[in-house]
Design a protein around this ligand. Sequence first.
Ligand SMILES: [Zn+2]
Length: 240
Amino acid sequence: MPSETLQGVVLRHANYRDRDRMLTLLTPDRGRVDVLARGCRKPKSPLMPAAEVFVHGEFVLFRQNDRFTLTSCALTDTFYPLRLDAYRLTCATYLLNLAQTAAQPEQPAEGLYALLLKGLYHLAYCEEEPPLAVTNAFLLLYAAEIGYKPRLNHCARCREPIAPESGARLDIEAGGLCCNRCALGEQYPLTSTQVAWMRQTLRDGFDTPLTVADVSLFEAMRRYVESRLETTVKSSRFLP
Ligand SMILES: [Zn+2]
């Protein structure tokens, strides 16, 4: 029987017919996978708990030609606390949308999958961390994951080293930081504290203390990422 078991996270759903739902999953093995959850909106359907965004679990799929149908799901986490805080929910939805934009069908996405789970975990369970700081860290690590790690140590235009105590500008077109002498094009001024935190985050990932919840850094990183993706991610209009 053409059955397949995949780890995954539900990125989005769309109601279909009276009782069905199409789910979009991010999986480490097959990237983005669209799955029909048949009957999941019927009362008492065993598939109902799995057919929600943020659900993380092990999905058993039936494959026919190129279409997948959900057979069952063993839930690992639903990130339930996200539902209790509108702002955390907005940030988490933005993370899902970013993951969906980058993921492709049949292209393994182990790094993106691990990054998304970490981001959702911090947003749902780490109450002491400001949601925008988690989102800022995610944006930076996401840029690196999709192949656009911003250059942070040398000016992206004149190649001079950027000293630890000096601020810089995030230069969207040049793909990294520029020194304060190289003012050109679309640039976002950043403080030395912000620059130091970005360097630490690229090195240590989510082990970095998630403290920099600055709107200015968010705006700079959002613009940087959206320019690399060549699209705007709709849910970001509710942020910061
Ligand atoms: Zn320069």
